[in-house]
Design a protein around this ligand. Structure first.
Ligand code: ADP
Ligand code: MG
Length: 731
């Protein structure tokens, strides 16, 4: 295609016939600057195009659309108001009476003789036996209006000359104020005349044939003006597929690059690692745990960095799996790091690993906030010289400035907010990258793992340790509160412990419960004389530590907490949970919270308390995640019933996902991986799977997409994802 002709694609929209400067400005607001932008400004919907009827063919008592030119217009006084009569005449000279009683003043001006209009209404016989329409809906046509359009009144209208081969759908575009459907239709029609033929097709012809993809020009034309649903879908399919394929290619290429450029230590897998772990814990590992330990062992013995996501519902026993991986690294002379998102959890992991390995010479050090500078300096030295083998801390602290002697493995626990991650640059002490194991209890729908987490290997802990009981959950409406607290009290008196989760730390003007007021309320009422404790994210680390220790030792019976307790905390004697303003939390988050109880022999009971929350207006604080509130909720009671009715984390995550979208759920909005123009990872999952397979195949057969037929594809991948995914120069 020669460049002069092609430049029409990139010309400003103003260069299209019929686009004036006012319209240019409006189009700009829709993000349409160049002519080619118009082609890719897709309809948001299609409407069936109504048939229209000539005046002579109108029948009484059925709504019909007809058209004519205004041949006469008069108004006359009529009892208490005025009556307006308009006569429309069509191209064959047939005439139609229309009548309005008390026509509003602004309408008069529209009635100019010879002006054409589409007239919608139900004709009825008048006194003289002729058909007449009272108060019809009018859409005035300007001279060159020959496209269907959707007027302000929502009437879909046919072209004045009904074409022989009729398209039965017309497109509906998202608009901006001041721009009308019919105006955009007119502009589109202009753009669609020749521009689509100038587009380059990224897909070679045989590829299109093999994958049922329309050529680009045809797809563009049909997505704007399809004859029927089937054509529209066929056109959409091409664009959806293309979007998915680009992302999948980018991920596949990135993976390929990693395999080539990144080296990792080959950690020998000790055959007896399962046995060794078995000796350290008082229980038998589940089948799933054994399987995953082997998967991880296999990864770590390869010279390429492991990049594995371990998914397992709350309580599925991920910690011991991580411990097994850590032991394996340490046994082969490498250091291992375990990172947690909160101090509380980091401390818990530290004490767990310390207890687990107390009879071994392996040295474990904590790296936490609030450590004395001297202590910290010593620890850092021990890490650098290699006398400390296992380092446990929060992510922020470990990523800061720690030098390792020989780092082989990094475990990141309870990560639910990450996408295709920029690997933390750790000073590993060797010239190799460490292996990464990321663990999460947030069940991630498969369609999401395929896109956002597309470059990770996934292990699933799909088996709970034996004897686990489901947490019984109930929705506590305001009338049931008193009964619920009485029950809660009885259980505490039997020796159980519990959590009370509250969305806010301090009083806020959104009317949500806060930790202090709930403390006051409970200690004066239902939980009088019970020893209560408070914990939230703003407390000093030592303070949190002390409180958690007291709770673990049962000095504190009930812990009033923000959602800081959401992740990882493991205290088997705690069997009760009461969640205030429960509708403030996402379903997956509620499931996480609920996962804190029922971890021992006793079944857990969880009450989700309803009332008082107004999600849309709530202001953010540390506790309820901001994303939990940005979308309007379904009916709160029904939503909580859904939660109460299921103990399946995957199911709840899917529900959450449907309600809130992937970006908000997984914090991926910032890197734009999930920003699709037309594709939808939920609705179009089948195409996504297809694109994923095809991308793998393409990259296998043509590494780096270097061959000439894939040149355009490669260009687009780089253009779209080169930066986000740091692809460098592919091929
Ligand atoms: P999570 O996957 O939520 O991180 P944890 O690793 O904290 O789960 O394990 C939850 C509880 O289950 C812990 O108390 C742990 O000791 C126990 N546990 C883990 N694996 C088993 C098993 N195979 N049999 C019995 N209990 C187990
Ligand atoms: Mg855990």
């Amino acid at each position: 295609m020669n460049n002069d002709t092609r430049s029409a694609l990139f010309a400003p929209v103003r260069s299209l016939p019929g686009v004036n400067s006012r319209q240019e400005e409006l189009l700009c607001r829709l993000g349409i600057l160049r002519s080619s932008d118009l082609l890719f400004f897709f309809p948001r919907d299609y409407r069936p195009r109504p048939r229209w009827t000539r005046i002579a063919d109108l029948v009484p008592d059925a709504e019909q659309v007809t058209y004519g030119r205004l041949a006469d217009f008069r108004t006359s006084p009529y009892s208490r108001g005025r009556v307006a009569n308009g006569i429309f005449e069509d191209d064959r000279g047939d005439r139609l009476q229309t009548v309005w009683f008390n026509m509003p003043g602004w309408m008069y001006n529209q009635f100019q003789l010879d002006r054409r209009a589409l007239i919608t209404g139900k004709p009825a016989k008048n006194k003289r036996g002729k058909l007449q329409i009272s108060h019809p809906n009018l859409v005035w046509l300007d001279d060159d209006d020959d496209l269907p359009f959707d007027s302000e009144s929502g009437v879909a209208a046919p072209p004045i000359e009904q074409p022989a081969e009729e398209k039965t759908l017309y497109p509906v575009y998202p608009l901006t104020e001041g721009l009308k459907q019919y105006q955009l239709h007119r502009i589109m029609k202009e753009a669609l005349k020749t521009l689509p033929d100038l587009l380059d097709d990224v897909f070679p012809e045989d590829y299109r044939a093999a994958h049922d993809l329309l050529p680009i020009a045809e797809a563009v034309r049909l997505i704007h003006l399809p004859k029927n649903e089937e054509e529209a879908n066929h056109a959409r399919r091409r664009f959806i597929y293309q979007e998915f394929l680009l992302l999948q290619l980018a991920l596949a290429v990135r993976r390929q690059q990693h395999e080539i450029s990144l080296k990792a230590p080959m950690i020998r897998s000790a055959d007896d690692i399962e046995l060794r772990v078995r000796r350290l814990v008082p229980y038998e590992l589940t089948g799933a745990q054994k399987r995953v330990i082997r998967e991880i062992g296999g990864d770590m013995s390869r010279p390429v960095p492991m990049n594995r996501l371990l998914q397992g519902d709350v309580g599925s026993g991920k910690t011991i799996v991580a411990a097994a991986a850590i032991l394996q690294a340490v046994a082969d002379g490498y250091q291992a790091v375990m990172m947690a998102p909160t101090e509380i959890l980091a401390r818990q992991h530290f004490s767990f690993l310390t207890r687990l390995l107390e009879n071994t010479p392996i040295r474990i050090v904590p790296l936490l906030g609030g450590q004395k500078p001297k202590t910290r300096a010593e620890i850092l030295r021990d890490i650098e010289c290699g006398s400390a083998s296992i380092i446990v801390g929060t992510q922020a602290i470990i990523c800061a400035d720690v030098r390792f002697r020989k780092l082989g493995l990094v475990v990141i626990d309870e990560q639910h907010k990450f996408g295709v991650r920029q690997r933390a640059r750790l000073k590993t002490g060797t010239d190799a990258d460490p292996h990464y194991l990321v663990m999460t209890a947030t069940p991630i729908p498969r369609s999401v793992t395929m896109t956002i987490f597309g470059d990770l290997d996934i292990s699933l802990l799909d088996e709970l340790p034996p004897g686990r009981r489901k947490v019984r959950t109930g929705v506590i409406t305001p009338e049931k509160r008193a009964g619920w607290w009485a029950f809660f009290r009885r259980e505490i008196d039997k020796g159980r412990q519990g959590y009370v989760v509250v969305p806010r730390v301090d009083e806020t003007d959104d009317g949500l419960k806060n930790v202090q007021s709930v403390y006051d309320e409970l200690s004066a009422g239902p939980l009088k004389d019970v020893s209560l404790g408070i914990i939230h994210g703003r407390m000093a680390p030592e303070e949190k530590d002390r409180i958690m220790a007291d709770f673990r030792n049962r000095v504190i019976k009930v812990l009033i907490a923000t959602s800081v307790i959401e992740v990882g905390i493991d205290i088997p004697n705690a069997t009760l949970m009461s969640i205030e303003n429960a509708n403030m939390f996402g379903l997956a988050q509620l499931h996480q919270l609920r996962g804190r109880i029922g971890r021992g022999k006793q079944a857990g009971v969880c009450g989700v308390l309803l009332g008082g929350e107004e999600p849309e207006e709530a202001a953010g604080t540390e506790s309820a995640r901001p994303d939990a509130r940005t979308r309007p909720r379904n009916d709160p009671k029904q939503r909580l019933e859904t939660f109460a009715g299921s103990n399946d984390g995957f199911f709840l995550a899917e529900k959450d996902f449907e309600m809130r979208g992937p970006g908000e759920l997984f914090g991926t909005e910032q890197h734009g991986l999930c920003k699709f123009h037309i594709a939808d990872i939920l609705r179009d999952r089948a195409i996504l799977e297809e694109a994923r397979r095809d991308a793998a195949e393409l990259v296998r057969s043509d590494p780096g997409l270097a061959s000439p037929p894939h040149h355009l594809l490669r260009k687009q991948v780089l253009h779209r994802y080169g930066q986000v995914l740091n692809l460098g120069d592919v091929g």
